[in-house]
Design a protein around this ligand. Structure first.
Ligand code: MN3
Length: 240
């Protein structure tokens, strides 16, 4: 399937699926649940490659734990929060509204960003983006190298657990580089994440120990799937 055909198929699916989370998950991942499935129906997406496929830059043991335990935990947490919300609406009892909303933000954002992360990587990834994505990056940040250094610096410098993010801001068709602390803090309203680089210790500690910068470099040099990032940009522009 060439990328153009793939892009159309994804866009058609998104039109059908609708729903906020489906739209947020974006181009490359078929969301397991949309708003129509009701509260608590989210499922852990399958990896688009084998657990060991990203070796030696991303080790099998970390990928297994990261996907099967950590990402799964966010799906469970999001489903639990949605069920609590449904119960609160049913009972007209909103005394837990604060904790429910916090859980929706934390676990929902964790599920969304990890779903993007898996398709943002591929065996034999890395190199430079091309086509429309490269044009957009050059226009926004001056050079590809400058953008890469900015994203690496932002991701490496996240305070505590979080992410380095490249996002599309549909309001003015701009690209923005953001940090996320945890999964949900420091975002800018109205952006769609295109590239999500996980810098929680669980993402890299088994292999890279305390060398977060080495993980960030390995991700950008050997793992990132620019075709997926470009597909997400096309999809976000298509929704604008
Ligand atoms: Mn993670």
């Amino acid at each position: 399937m060439d990328s153009t055909t793939d892009g159309f198929a994804r866009r058609d699916f998104l039109k059908v699926a609708g729903g906020g989370l489906a739209a947020a998950l974006g181009a490359s991942l078929t969301p397991a649940a949309s708003a129509a499935d009701g509260p608590g129906g989210h499922e852990l997406p399958k990896l688009p490659y084998d657990y060991a496929a990203l070796e030696p830059y991303y080790d099998e043991a970390t990928v297994r734990l990261h996907h099967d335990v950590h990402h799964a935990g966010y799906v469970t947490g999001l489903n639990a929060a949605e069920k609590k919300l449904a119960a609160a609406l049913e009972a007209k009892d909103f005394s837990d509204a604060k904790s429910i909303c916090k859980a929706l933000a934390f676990h929902g954002s964790g599920h969304i960003l990890h779903s993007i992360l898996w398709t943002n990587m591929k065996p034999g990834g890395g190199g430079d983006p091309d086509g429309d994505l490269a044009y957009a990056i050059n226009k926004q940040f001056g050079t590809i190298a400058g953008f890469r250094d900015l994203l690496a610096a932002a991701a490496t410098a996240v305070e505590g657990s979080g992410w380095g993010i490249l996002a599309h801001r549909a309001m003015d068709n701009a690209l923005v580089v953001l940090q996320a602390e945890k999964h949900e803090n420091l975002t800018q309203w109205g952006v769609t994440p295109l590239l999500a680089l996980d810098v929680w210790e669980h993402a890299y500690y088994l292999k890279y120990q305390n060398k977060r910068k080495d993980w960030v470099q390995a991700f950008l040099e050997h793992l990132v799937n620019w075709d997926d990032v470009a597909g997400r940009l096309r999809a976000s522009r298509g929704r604008a």
